[in-house]
Design a protein around this ligand. Structure first.
Ligand code: ADP
Ligand code: MG
Length: 713
């Protein structure tokens, strides 16, 4: 347990002059700690640890208790404990796998140690009569409790077992970096922390009201919890020390977005004033009238676009609420003012659909619609790039390919991002840079069908203004939802047969969550083949993520025109797909999906005038919780209510579908567990922004570091 030598530390201190200890910790490279060479530093960098401060804010994901010896007789399955006892019997067992078994007894009971890998020396060492200290997890074995590959140490006669003085932290780590190493590093960092306590950035009265410890105490406890710390609280993250850090982390995220917002607002954007002629012509050509909610949100967006600073607006609207036409109206406002608009969708399928919709709407208005996807051939791509860089009002539809380096827009004034939850925050930030020209930034309109509970909005979208389309077009009836076991598959297929015979169209969705696209595609192909056999009189189509774009498009077109009546699909049809005539959906293995995702899928039906139904087919038996989750969906068609329940049941990653975005990977905070902290987070953020601006960057740096790059916006 060593700290950098005095001389060295003075040197570092000297180099940063008299700045606060906080900054000193942040400015001291991790390589100054003992035992951290360049290879180690590189590994630590993979964990985002570059400085001593980073090490302090790299928090344990769980704990082990090596502070006491547990009587063997008191163990229950799942306990991770230290035991001490005498070996009564060691033998080899030849089963399916050869293993070495040792029985250990301590007077209260006995347990079996099981090793699959062992050396002859190990086998010889585990001799009858030897005392042994083990740490491991008790599991149910064939006849008694077992520990598989425990950590162990043989003891000398009369030796007392060595125990730890604190609970053992287990840190998130990376290849080639052992827990022991991370512990040595945090040991040193904690020692430095004691000598140079960091600035307390939260107002003290607040800590008092919430009953939370100071930063210094909190860091000490979470890294090295004293033996009496409640392991139950620690395990679920409700210990005051953890709550204190969670509060600060939530605050940092919230602040970072609010700072971003004020920064964006200080930029300028083209003020898009137009006579509204194109908008009116589109409205006149539509076969429906806007709902009140569409009209209101359309006005909000229109007013934003007229301002000379970049709009940053999120439109939330349940599936089928008609967001696309609102986006189209915004686009026409920009185009009439002489600018370009980019529409970005998260999947090829959805982008292709937008291309069709916008072309159909805009061609009669003589507004060119261009297409740019990652899958265009080189020549076509060059041609499209050239057209995009020409001055000329137009709409460009595409996937994220739109935002690669080489795409240069001539006069981009508005970026529309559909189904934003599929993109990460970083992509959103990158988009803000794109299209920046002569100091002007484009406006941004972001649309999501995922109704986002307020708690999430505060940490994930606090940089955006929000509009909600809280009304469905007239005449829409809720989708009737039924939950059936897959043992009744035959009946379900009969129902499909009858429905298709009556001229209805249906989706059959195959779900394989977290499996590769290849496996998903395979499952869907097999299902399609079986359905073709059982329903020879129907035209069965197939779409999945591995098809060539042309094929996908052709299949979707055929489904849309009605020449395919039954479409077997993977979850590629989850977002955005709009085929109003389809009125029946079967979802296989519905129990595996999150509620929000199921609601999205179900939103593919119930878009037309026909009464629609959705069959959630599950593979039983269902757990009580799974049953409750499917019941939520059966009983509600309200996306907001469903999202709130999903947040409670499965956490924010599911609601936002952002498993892959860094933003929601909190170190310690948990958006659903820590919901009660939000009102205070928002209040403190306001106070800091108003009165303590010098605390903002240190706070954000501690928790987010360079994760969000403000300098670029
Ligand atoms: P989402 O909000 O899920 O993106 P869409 O924009 O795809 O919804 O609209 C769903 C369907 O409803 C489309 O077929 C669209 O043309 C239609 N639609 C949109 N607005 C209205 C309206 N006011 N009345 C009737 N149909 C509408
Ligand atoms: Mg949509």
């Amino acid at each position: 347990m060593s700290v950098p030598g005095e001389r060295q530390r003075h040197a570092s201190l000297g180099s940063v002059g008299s700045t606060a200890a906080e900054e000193w910790l942040a400015a001291t490279p991790i390589a100054e700690l003992h035992g951290v060479g360049s290879r180690m530093a590189a590994r630590l960098a993979r964990l985002g640890i570059h400085t001593v401060q980073d090490a302090l804010f790299h928090l344990p994901s769980r704990y082990q208790d090596r502070t006491r010896v547990q009587p063997i007789g008191s163990l229950r399955t799942g306990d991770e404990v230290v035991i001490v006892g005498e070996i009564t019997h060691t033998r080899l067992r030849y089963g399916r796998r050869r293993s070495l078994l040792s029985t250990v007894r301590d007077g209260t009971g006995s347990i079996t140690l099981r090793f699959f890998h062992f050396s002859a020396a190990q086998q010889a060492g585990l001799e009858t009569g030897r005392r042994i200290r083990c740490y491991g997890e008790a599991r149910r074995g064939t006849s008694s409790l077992e520990m598989v590959h425990p950590e162990y140490r043989l003891m000398e006669p009369g030796e007392t077992p060595v125990l730890d003085s604190t609970l053992t932290p287990v840190y998130p780590t990376t290849e080639g970096l052992h827990q022991l190493r991370l512990r040595r590093i945090t040991d040193q960092a904690l020692e430095l922390l004691d000598r140079q306590p960091p600035a307390e950035l939260l107002p003290e009265p607040l800590l008092e009201t919430l009953g939370l410890p100071t930063l210094l105490d909190a860091l000490r406890v979470v890294h090295r919890p004293p033996p009496e710390t409640s392991s139950r609280e620690l395990a679920v993250g409700t210990h005051p020390a953890q709550q204190r850090l969670a509060f600060e982390e939530l605050l940092a995220h919230h602040l970072s977005l609010r700072m971003l917002r004020s920064r964006v607002q200080s930029h300028s954007a083209p003020a898009l004033r137009s006579g509204g002629h194109l908008r009116q012509r589109l409205l006149d050509s539509l076969p429906f009238r806007l709902t009140g909610a569409q009209h209101r949100v359309g006005e909000e967006v229109g007013a934003d676009l007229e301002k000379p600073c970049p709009m940053q607006r999120l439109i939330q609207g349940d599936v089928g609420s008609g967001k696309t036409v609102v986006a189209a109206l915004a686009a026409l406002q920009a185009i009439e003012a002489g600018y370009q608009v980019a529409v970005m969708a998260p999947t090829e399928l959805l982008a292709e659909q937008h291309l069709r919709t916008f072309s159909q709407w805009f061609e009669p208005l003589a507004v060119p619609v261009l297409w740019l996807s990652g899958r265009l051939g080189l020549r076509q791509r060059r041609m499209q790039l050239a057209r995009i860089s020409e001055v000329g009002a137009s709409l460009v539809v595409g996937t994220h390919a739109l935002f690669q380096q080489e795409v240069a827009f001539a006069r981009l004034a508005l970026v529309i991002i559909d189904e934003q939850h599929r993109f990460g925050v970083h992509q959103r930030l990158a988009l803000r840079d794109k299209g920046q020209r002569d100091g002007n930034h484009p406006h941004q309109l972001i649309m999501t069908a995922t109704p986002i509970p307020r708690t999430l909005t505060m940490t994930v979208y606090a940089d955006l203004d929000t509009s909600v389309i809280d009304q469905l077009p007239l005449g829409r009836e809720p989708v009737e939802t039924v939950v059936v076991p897959d043992s009744r598959r035959e009946e379900v297929i009969e129902r499909l047969r009858t429905a298709c015979a009556a001229g209805r169209q249906a989706y059959w969705v195959c779900t394989l969550i977290d499996e590769s696209e290849a496996l998903q595609a395979q499952a869907a192909s097999e299902t399609a083949a079986r359905l073709r056999e059982t329903l020879p009189e129907q035209v069965v189509g197939l779409v999945h993520g591995r098809m060539k774009p042309g094929e996908k498009e052709a299949t979707m077109d055929a489904f849309k025109s009605g020449s395919i009546n039954l479409l077997v699909a993977t979850t590629v049809v989850e977002v955005g797909v709009d085929v109003p005539r389809a009125s029946l959906m079967v979802i296989e293995n519905a129990e595996r999906l999150g509620l929000a995702q199921l609601h999205q899928l179900r939103g593919r039906v119930g878009r037309g005038v026909d009464k629609s139904s959705c069959l959630l087919m599950y593979h039983g038996p269902l757990t009580k919780q799974a049953r409750a989750r499917l019941a939520v969906l059966r009983d509600s068609n309200d996306g907001f209510a469903i999202a709130q329940r999903d947040l409670e049941l499965r956490g924010p990653g599911e609601v936002l579908g952002t498993r892959q975005t860094g933003m929601l990977q909190f170190r310690i905070a948990d958006l659903s567990r820590d919901r009660s902290l939000f009102p205070a987070v928002e209040k403190v953020a306001g106070a800091l922004l108003a009165h303590h601006r010098q605390r903002l960057m240190p706070l954000v740096n501690r928790w987010i570091g360079n994760g969000l790059n403000y300098e670029t916006v």
